[in-house]
Design a protein. Structure first.
Lengths: 420, 408
């Protein structure tokens, strides 16, 4: 859980700042602060504009026109005021942050903003306000509810007794659906792309549809593919429908063929054909083949990312094959042996390759008997085989015993988890 | 053409759930009590009110399911984002209290219906509370929704029970289309009560959240809209049969006031053992059904609006506030029923008055939100729709004022 990093006496809250009186250089009251804004393209933390209201008029001052800022008010250094006009380069703290959902990159979850904590920075001859953290817990909720109903000092007294829960500004990620504004405000989803795909998927599920779309538009294909594989099927579909076809093809191309087939099987026939047409030939062919099988059968569960060698091959050949397929190494547990008609004859545990000599024939290292499933075996049968033989990888063969693909333990765990 | 029709029907069943379940739960213990009272005291006369009630219900429910499908966000989420924490907090506190009264009313319904089968409330209520709690905490949304859909079919009990009573069908049908307003305090209060029990604030929150949870988007919204309308009509049909049962069984032999829905069941007894059992079983089903949905819906709405993790897909440690609130609502709701000498009928009436007062407020929020072009895009209300909706709010405000006036 995130906690406040700075003592609250050094902080000034957005709810206090809005409503704070503003005096001109001569000490005369000219209005109250209505809104404050950052200009992220110039500085990521410094409040750059103050929107001041006096009666019905609204005007704006720049940060370098401020002389001093104290908890009792703001004093200006000059009195050149500019009328307020909406500006896309400004991040308005009350309007754009309060009550909105943001992503806590560090805590890997979606949170709703209760209040914003800022601090006063004394620089050469004048004061600035820098954003510090975003309040999400009970403490900030209490402040928000009590502001204006009891004296500020009393609020702070009570606030001190509540456990703080705040997210440092550098870990706050705003999800802005409008791409133009995203650019102007320098909001990137780069850091979200670095999260584990499963965490990213959880975050995506919590967001609204517009925000989801925004995120997927900015993630790179590979990250988007990995995250998409982990998202609930219903939400997968709504994301795919919101993106343009070429982009969907690019993302699906990056997915493991079995996940890609799962995703596409949820779409209408026409749509999935269109996406397959836009993909590169080789991955498209693999996915298309997998789409033929019933989703609940061994054929529907399998993927085609395996290494198979001829039964006469030696350890040297196996190592050679591994070097040529580096993207498979992360999850590879076995190498499969086939005869010249591509019929499955055995399997060698990858770890055995390390302890055998280069010239050793793979056949000698293989198991006596290799359990396998048929393409049309149902899900229950696959789970049963995994359980009975304590497998990590199960080869799937057709009626002629020809090796077609493999089912891996992670697929089985997903199936079991969904069923429970 | 046939294939097209078949795929449309398939989509309809895929979206079946939110609208239908909401409308069914609407006929909860409080609803059945009010319908029974209507039939027992005034016979077939109040039947006409079901048509305007259905209209009001459709208008308010449709807006929420549309907002859910377009924005992908719950109603309390939207209220929070557009109106701020303080407004949301106040609204949630009131919603919590109102819904607690509703939950209590339904546990009272469980107690009353099972006492007809000689089960003590000190057994039925705790067991009912436990069943409700386990169902939600240990179940998944899809599984729970299936159970709810099955529970919806048990409302057929009321139709069978009405047939067994052998009421005057001709008179019933004629009364359904003949509006009668009498300047009689009791009758007016009853009309207000009928509307108040049929359009409740929690329904708006529940429906929108369920539409979002089900992942219905604008592509499938057409079917979802039909589902909402069908649900509202089925709700009115069941209300019709409850009123007719009591009109045939009680009013026809001498109009009188009843004090609990279970009393209506007892009155059916001379007309046949089956009518009696079915009516009582229907009441039990309705009460248990609503007692499962209301605490859940309340915990969802409050946590969403105030920014706590919510949802039965989360584990207890991930969403502690959600689960504690849910548990507390069940424990309090069931616990209140067990306090000896507590006036349960007054509790049910109170829950309806509170519903009636909160509803116009919620409807105004809904109308503001549903007309925001930046939220809804092309899905904002049409001018005609707005006229109907504002008229609905106006009628609801007037009725609630009358109801509040009459009950104090």
């Amino acid at each position: 859980m995130a906690t406040a990093t700075v003592d609250i006496d050094r902080l000034i809250y957005l709810t206090e700042l809005t409503g704070m009186p503003v005096e001109g250089p001569n000490g005369l009251r000219i209005g109250r602060v209505r809104e404050v804004a950052l200009t992220p393209s110039q500085h990521p933390r410094r409040v750059s504009r103050f929107l001041i209201g006096s009666g019905k008029t609204r005007f704006m001052i720049r940060y370098d026109q401020v002389a001093t800022i104290t908890p009792s008010g703001i004093r200006l250094a000059d009195d050149r005021f500019v009328p307020y006009y909406p500006d896309d380069n400004l991040l308005l703290l009350s309007k754009d942050l309060l009550d909105q959902q943001i992503v806590d990159v560090n805590g890997r979850k979606v949170v709703r903003v209760n209040d914003v904590a800022l601090r006063i920075e004394h620089t050469s001859g004048r004061d600035e306000i820098w954003i510090q953290e975003v309040g999400v817990g009970l403490q900030s909720a209490f402040r928000r509810l009590a502001e204006g109903l009891m004296p500020g000092a009393a609020i702070r007294q009570i606030q001190r007794r509540i456990k703080p829960n705040a997210i440092p500004w550098e870990f706050c990620n705003i999800v802005e659906p409008d791409p133009r504004r995203r650019l102007k405000l320098r909001i990137s989803h780069h850091r979200l792309g670095q999260l584990h795909p499963a965490d990213l998927a959880d975050i995506v599920e919590e967001l609204g549809p517009a925000e989801r779309e925004a995120l997927f538009e900015t993630l790179d294909n590979h990250v988007a593919a990995e995250a998409l594989s982990e998202i609930k099927p219903k939400i997968q579909l709504s994301i795919l429908k919101s993106l343009d076809k070429q982009r969907v093809a690019d993302i699906v191309e990056e997915m493991a063929p079995d996940s890609a087939a799962d995703v596409l099987s949820g779409l209408e026939e026409e749509e999935s054909q269109e996406i397959l047409k836009d993909m590169e030939q080789v991955p498209a062919a693999e996915v298309e083949e997998l789409l033929e099988y019933e989703p609940d059968s061994a054929g529907g569960m399998m993927n085609t990312q395996y290494i198979a060698l001829h039964e006469d091959a030696a350890v040297r050949d196996a190592i050679e094959a591994l070097r040529g397929n580096e993207d498979l190494l992360k999850n590879l547990t076995h190498i499969f042996l086939v005869d010249k008609k591509e019929k499955l004859v055995g399997a060698v545990a990858a770890a055995r390759l390390f302890v055998a000599g280069d010239d050793a024939p793979l056949r000698k290292l293989a198991f006596q008997e290799t359990p396998s499933a048929r393409l049309d075996d149902d899900r229950a049968r696959v789970v049963e085989l995994f359980d009975k033989y304590n497998l990590f990888t199960l080869p799937v063969v057709d009626d002629e015993d020809v090796l077609c693909g493999i089912v891996t333990a992670d697929d089985v765990i997903s199936v079991l988890n969904r069923e429970s | 053409m046939l294939k097209n029709l078949r795929s449309r029907i398939a989509v309809f069943f895929a979206v079946l759930g939110p609208g239908f379940i909401t409308a069914m739960v609407d006929n909860d213990a409080g609803g059945i009590f009010t319908y029974s009272e209507a039939g027992a005291r005034y016979g077939y006369l109040p039947l006409w009110s079901l048509i305007p009630i259905t209209l009001i219900l459709v208008v308010s429910q449709e807006m929420c399911s549309r907002m859910g499908a377009v924005t992908g966000k719950g109603l309390s989420d939207l209220i929070r984002e557009e109106f701020g924490l303080r407004t949301t907090f106040l609204l949630m506190v009131v919603l919590l209290l109102v819904n607690l009264a509703n939950i209590t009313a339904n546990f009272a319904g469980i107690a009353g219906s099972l006492e007809l089968f000689s089960v003590s409330r000190y057994i039925s209520v705790p067991v009912g509370a436990l069943v409700v709690w386990v169902l939600i905490v240990k179940g998944t949304y899809a599984g729970v929704e299936k159970i709810f859909l099955v529970a919806s079919s048990f409302y057929v009990a009321y139709i069978v029970s009405a047939v067994l009573v052998e009421p005057d069908w001709q008179l019933a049908l004629r009364s359904s289309v003949t509006p009668v307003v009498m300047l009689d305090g009791g009758y007016l209060a009853l009309l207000v009560g009928l509307v108040g029990t049929s359009v409740a604030p929690w329904m708006q929150f529940y429906l929108q959240a369920a539409v979002v949870e089900k992942g219905i988007d604008t592509d499938r919204y057409g079917e979802s809209r039909i589902e909402v309308i069908v649900g509202c009509i089925v709700m009115a049909v069941i209300a019709f049969f409850v009123i007719v049962s009591c009109a045939g069984a009680i009013w026809a032999h001498g109009p009188r006031q009843i004090h609990a829905a279970s009393e209506a069941a007892v009155a059916l007894r001379p007309l046949g053992q089956y009518a009696y059992i079915l009516f009582a079983a229907g009441l039990f089903n309705a009460s248990l059904f609503a007692a499962s949905i209301l605490p859940l819906s309340t915990a969802y709405s409050v946590c969403e609006g105030l920014g706590f993790e919510s949802g039965i897909d989360h584990r207890f440690e991930e969403a502690p506030v959600f689960y504690w609130l849910y548990t507390l609502l069940i424990v309090l709701g069931a616990g209140l029923v067990l306090i000896p000498g507590l006036p349960l009928v007054r509790m049910i009436l109170l829950s309806q008055v509170l519903n009636g007062i909160l509803l116009p407020v919620i409807l105004v929020f809904i109308l503001i939100l549903v007309n925001r072009r930046d939220l809804m895009g092309e899905w904002v209300n049409s001018g005609f729709y707005n006229t109907v909706a504002y008229l609905t709010v106006g009628v609801m405000v007037a009725l609630s004022a009358v109801l509040a006036f009459l009950s104090f």
